[in-house]
Design a protein around this ligand. Structure first.
Ligand SMILES: Nc1ncnc2c1ncn2[C@@H]1O[C@H](COP(=O)(O)OP(=O)(O)OP(=O)(O)O)[C@@H](O)[C@H]1O
Length: 250
């Protein structure tokens, strides 16, 4: 079966810094795939290149077999993206953002209106629908960003830190929504620093360390006998470096 997302040999340098160093990832159709790594490991850069937001120096990315860089229109119709630091039309309300982006996607106005209504309701943004995005909290921005990713009914969701700054009640709703998406045949890739969350939601995981894939595959295989956190520390930890005390604080 064609993979939902197949990235091959992706590489990106920023000046002297190699942010992503020939990453290969295969996200099977119907999987819930977690990408974990330390700050600066290269997760955002990898996902940005995978969905066509950032041009790679080397490598390729295919969404359901469609080359993201050769055929961006077709590839982008298949994917919903929640990027890191999503830029929004700040002077629009949540509903206006959804309407604008839905029409831009070419959806009929009545479909956009119906879906916007449902998304605002499911994501707990109904009361905030008249508020301008510029006035949204960080968590609310995350949720409206997710709504824009879902609006056109994509087959693959690529979500960069979707749970960051989201309150526990909204997180529970989000988990149900994402699980439902996968149960209905969709595929999801998400990045997170929270190992417990990845263990709870994902069936596949990739550990990214300094721009490279340190381990990847089905969750059970990657984590082995222990927890994902133990395995993560084992793979990417740098010994005592993180546990030095600040003597001047005590
Ligand atoms: N536009 C840029 N210009 C220069 N360096 C960059 C740029 N974007 C990312 N980097 C560098 O590339 C590396 C990977 O960054 P990236 O944002 O992909 O990491 P990450 O795993 O998503 O981190 P975090 O978990 O903190 O979000 C970092 O060293 C970062 O400083």
């Amino acid at each position: 079966m064609t993979a939902a997302l197949q990235v091959s040999g992706l590489a990106k340098r920023f000046g002297e810094k190699t942010a992503v160093d020939h990453v290969d990832l295969t996200v099977p159709q119907g999987s819930f795939y977690g990408l974990v790594g330390q700050n600066g490991a290269g997760k955002t850069t990898t996902l940005s290149m995978a969905v066509g937001l950032l041009r790679p120096d080397e490598g390729s990315s295919r969404i359901f077999g469609v080359d993201v860089w050769a055929d961006p229109g077709q590839a982008k119709a298949l994917v919903g993206v929640l990027p890191d630091g999503l830029a929004m039309p700040e002077r629009l309300t949540g509903r206006e953002v959804l309407t604008y982006l839905g029409l831009l996607r070419g959806l009929p106005p009545d479909v956009v209106a119906g879906r916007a209504e449902e998304l605002l309701s499911v994501l707990g943004l109904k009361e905030a629908e008249k508020t301008l995005v510029v006035e949204y909290s960080t968590g609310m921005r995350k949720k409206i960003g997710l709504a824009t990713a879902l609006l056109h009914g994509p087959r693959l969701l690529v979500l960069d830190e979707p749970f960051e700054a989201v309150d526990p009640i909204s997180a529970a709703t989000l988990k149900t929504l994402l699980r439902g998406f996968v149960a209905g045949g969709g595929s999801i890739v998400l990045s997170s620093h929270v190992m417990a969350l990845v263990e709870q939601l994902c069936d596949h995981v990739a550990v990214i360390d300094r721009g490279r894939v340190a381990a990847a595959g089905p969750l059970e295989r990657v984590r082995g006998e222990g927890s994902l956190e133990d395995r993560f520390v084992e793979l990417v930890g740098d010994g005592e470096a993180g546990v030095r005390e600040l003597s001047w604080l005590s």
